[in-house]
Write a new protein. Sequence first.
Length: 189
Amino acid sequence: MKIFKRKCSAEQSECRAPSHPSGIGSRAKSRGQSSLIDLVIGFFIFALILASIMGTINKNTKDFTRNSEIDEINHDSFFSVKELTETKGFPENWEILDENSVEKIGLIERRNTISEDKVVAFSNMTYSKTKELLKIEGYDYYFVLNGVDNITAGINPVGQTKYSIITKRIVNYKGSEAEIEFRLYELWE
């Protein structure tokens, strides 16, 4: 290690020798320390911004997924009711056939008039077969015809549902006005 000697002039009140052989003084040390602190603070701010962005993306993704699921169940409910209340089913005399011969359920006898025999046949079919024919295998349903007779089909939800869409339709049944209420729902897992 070399020892540096400096001569001090008379005008200088203080004579300073370099504290490090490479010439780096205390000022350089403080600059290095502040650079490290700046780097840590910058990283911390970056991490906060990144966490905020990721949280927003995650929330938006969950909202989008939930809205997509609601749209899907709403669509399925609407088309199930449309099929039940606007078609005769296939074959048209499906109510007198074995349920394994039925290809499509429809409850109308003529425009906006529900067939008593078809409603009874629908309510007597097995739950799994009706879900298959209505193409709602991912959900559960509950069908209610409120009129002269109260006829139900499906499973009434017990407890809290994740999603539940109710579609209603006014129809003619046995010569008077009746209301069909079709609830399509998904239970919490």
